[in-house]
Design a protein around this ligand. Sequence first.
Ligand SMILES: [Zn+2]
Length: 575
Amino acid sequence: MRSHRPGRLALRRLLVAVLALVLGVLLLPAGPAASRSKPEEPSRPPVLRAQDLTGGSTDDSAVATGAMGQALTTDTANAAAASGAGVSTAASARTLVLYDTTGAWGWLGELYGTMTANLSSQFGSWTAKPVSAYTPGEVDQYTATIYLGSTYDEPLPTAFLDDVVASSRPVIWMYDNIWQLTARHPTFQATYGWMWSNFDFSPVDAVLYKGRELSRDPGNQGGVMTYATVDPSVQVLASARRADGSTFPWALRSRNLTYIGELPYVYFNEGDRMMAFADLLFDALAPARPERHRALVRIEDISADSDPAELRAVAAYLSSRHIPFSFGVSPRYMDPLGVYNNGRAQTIRLDQRRAVVDAIRYMQARGGVMLEHGWTHQYAKVANPYNGVSGDDTEFYRVVENADHTLTWVGPVAEDSPAWNRSRINGAADDFRRAGLATPTIFEYPHYTASATSYREVAKVFGTRYDRTLYFRGVLSGGAVDHSRMVGQLFPYVVRDVYGTRVLPENIGNVEPEDWFQYKARMPEQIIRDAKRNLVVRDGFASFYFHPFFDIDYLKQTVEGIQAAGYTFVSPASL
Ligand SMILES: [Zn+2]
């Protein structure tokens, strides 16, 4: 910000003046950045509202993939440091995750810290703490440090600002407060070869990385940092593309510092620029990791109500192609409101449908790994959110549908407790046993939705989950769990999350030939497109699921398209 190239500044002033004329509005030419000590503050917090999940693009997920919740007027939480183990003993890196905590949106810091801790577990152990609790020398005690600047002007400890520059260890810095680092070190620009300028609030709809175009929700108004100078010595790792086609650096690296001009967790979805960040972590934490691209396919929502012929058909096809697969079973089918049974309540245990059990055995004999997809995949005798029927509704969390078909994640169900959750796990085990089937060892949450209590109880019984996951304020920091402030996360690779469970990734969704409630239609082309985007992750996954009641040609197209993109399908049992 201190030494603009004069030519560039003049050009920028000219462009601003031309723009002002074209728009017919009076704009003051932007002054030199030297007159500012920090960029303009974004006006809108990077938080999802329920309605943000449905607007805009054609492939929005109905599951939250971004922070949701209200501002806090007073935040009395005193976040403690937390730590967790890596996904395997072979993963030996150590990551320090530092997050912001102050201000009305300070709680976002813990959620971003949670997501970062989860991803870091792919590489080894992690410690996460508020940046305010940083102690001198810590950067040098870890393989790499990741700082998540989510509160504009969070007061940063000078020891941290000094250690970032003094250390040779990799530091990844995201979004806010880079101006505190450059103010603390007047030689920053000379040393690192770049200088920030301001946040760009124009719609940015893509991030270009490794020759691929990753999606970014243009409704994200958090801004992306622009630069006053970027010397040729600086590595531009990825570029942001505005809706008008112009581009500017999205992530930079020089010396030990990688800077990303936004928080890639905000409004993220399938094929998103979050995958670029997920790949940059290898540079810092596992630079020798070879390129490898694996795929997973899961057959979804099997219950006593399933058509055995459809189950046999998908298993026969996949085994004929030598494709390992898994399938999720909810062992008790319930329709308490009689929605599909002429108004009469209906319950069917798996053992009451021998043809389905035989089809499950057929799938297992062809390499299919059975997963536990909850017990009933619905809750009580109410719409949660749709109709109370197994497969349609949520089991472990209260969700309601609004008049505009958006969903509100209300909170834990009234009975939520360790004992209630355990009783459902036990109920499922009993039903599998009655049907003569071994209880699965991998759990998949119905609609990817549960309370923190439920996730923790499942963690005691199952070593592995296979889903996208909700994380709540208080889970990482050790405070009271606040279910009204949460974030949903999908994974590029296998992690061990903050609930202590290994999580297998599902990250490119499923075939939906038509809109289904809030779930948008999604065709094999879109799934394959996002699989190709995931190729930017050097050791990542393309993982999708398929409902056997849809045309099997969709399954074939998707599987073969993903293979053609360069992926090898593997069994979840191998991970
Ligand atoms: Zn399901």
